[in-house]
Each structure stands twice: as structure tokens, then as C-alpha cells.
Write a new protein. Sequence first.
Length: 387
Amino acid sequence: MTDPVAGFTSTASKRPEALFGSPAPDLPLRMSRSSGCRVWDADGREYIDFIMGLGAVALGYGHPAVNRAAIEAVEAGVVGPLAPVLEEEVAAKLRRHLPWMEQSRFLKTGAEAMAAAVRLARTATGREYVLGCGYHGWLDWCQGIESAGVPAGTRALYGALPFNDAARARELIRAAGDQLAAVVFEPVIVREPDPEWLTVLREETERVGALLIVDEIKTACRLALGGGTERYRIAPDLAVLGKAIANGFPLAVVGGRAAVMAGVAHTWISSTLATEWVALAAARATLAEMVARDVPRHLSRVGAHLLAGLQHLAARHPSVITGVGGLPEMCFLQFRDDAVSRRLAAAAARRGLLFKRSAYNFVSLAHDETIIDRTLGLLEEALSTLQ
């Protein structure tokens, strides 16, 4: 049953229409709790989960070390009139592990951190036009021509740049020329980036005097601690981290070259709860676990087992599955059509598995090979109902 008071849910990707195509009495609509890589719905039914808070959880739900840190922060008062010690401590930890993050500013969501990065780029360059590649949030600056409620003048300042097309990227950046403030991009969109494309983005933005901004909201603490920037050796002017850096607590960070970050003195980037202590404490604990347990390596290993299994399923069911997208750490099945994907997601849920029907499904530290094998068996059962 939908709830007109909440519009069912404030997060679009958690709506039943997004997950299953439509609600049904025997499908999970609301959850009551989570632990590790499992969640329980409002009726107490248990599910293995690969949605993992839309990628916001890489250690597993309710991770003990993160929970303890959050509880201590709650008991310390949560928020106050002065900058918390934790703000500087977490920023220093980020710089130690991610040297391109010379200075940082904390915010609560990836969308607002991306908006802050673009604001800083416009401040640094005195220009307005932005080219983007990927999903960068719902705020006005990055919406296309079909977005209702966004001023036409704002839409005109943003253009789409295709993923992994080096020739087209060079053409678009040069055409924008001295009007271009920044190129913003996700390092992974369904597949890995081509080295030539990354080289063109870096060289051509430098050539026209624009900034290069890496959107690591999905990929930080997953592909590597520093996400795609670390894995693919990108040299950004700014990077934005989010989601998994605090294992589900609301925190995002924009950081980069000190000369660019100095622009905060000439514009306005501020939020009352940007530095509340609970999320910062969770981030400190999360980063410590990421390093101590080499979590990205675990995600790569377990994710490779899942990816190989999905490829095997695709080979066994070519009439309904057309391929497998993504990387080991974040992957998904590609279907013949939308109706098939809806039926598969619903059939899996009825068997106790929450598996996203589009980009992406995420493994976590709480997933292991036994759980992956169980998952692949449940997907096989669900696929057999579609024949």
C-alpha cells in the first residue's frame, strides 16, 4: 500500500515502481531493520540484500565499530556552536590517504557536494558552462532540457559529455573553450573508463583553462579507498566523495587542490549540520576499517565471484538476459526488456533476495562466497520462472 503522506518514499530509487515495476502484497515495500547484508521488511520477512542502501554501505549494515563511534558521538552532544575536532581529524585522514584532497569541505549529501564543487570551479575560473558525464544529483545545475521546474537559463549552462568517447570529448571541450568552467564525470558508468578518454579529459581541460572534477560518490571506498581516482591514477582538480565513506551515515566531502578550495572565501558554501559529529565519527571509524581490513580488496574478490556467476547465468538464459554490466564491486544483469527485469526482481524478492534490476548491485564486507553462491541459486530459481 502506498502512503500519500510521504508520497510513498522520498528516495526515488526505493519506490516499488523502481524496484519491482509495481507494488504487490507479497513484495517488500518498507523495511523494519537491517544487519550485515540482510534486511527485514515490515512483516518480519528476511532478505539477502545487494542494494546496500544504494551503495552507501560497504562494511555491512550496523557495523559494530561504526555503531560504537556513532553512539559515542551522540553521547558527546551531536552538534554545537564551534567547529568539531572531528572535522579536522577526518579531513587530515583523507589527505593522508588521498593526497589529491589537499583541503576538504564536508556536506551531507552527494548532490550538494557536487553543487559545491561546481560552485568552486565557477569561482576559480570566472566561467559558467559545465560539461558532465554521469549522474550528479537532482539539483538544478546538472539537469537537462526535459527537467520541469529548472529555469531555461540554468539548463543552458550544462551539457552532456559521452562516456569513453575520446574524440567527442575533445570536440566538446574545445568548442566550449573559454566558456567552460569544468568537466565533471563519474569514473565508471557500466564499464571501466578508457585510458585515452581520461587522458583527453585531463589534457583538454588544462588546455582551455577549465577544472576537472571527479564524481566519486558511488566509487569511493569501493573501487579503492580513493575510488576511481586512485585506481585509474586520475589527476583531478576537485573530487567529491560520498555514500560509503561513512557506511550509511549522511556525509559527503568536496576536496582538492588548495588553490581551488581557497574559493570558499569568495563564495558561500555552508550548512548548519554539515559538521554534526555523528556522521564524522562514523566516517572516521569507516575509514579506519577500510584501511585495516583492506575492504576494497574484499569487495573485488567477492564481487568477482558474483560477476562470474552472473555471466554464467547470462550464458544459460540468453532469451531473457542480454549481458552483464558493471565491475565486480558494482554489477548488474542486463535484460531483454523492462518487463523481464521487473518480473525477475519480483521473483527474486519472493525468494528472499533483493537484487536491483538495473545499475548497480553492491557487495559489502558482510557478503562472502557462501552468500554469493546462495544468491546465484536464488537468481537461477527466479529466472526459471521467466521461461
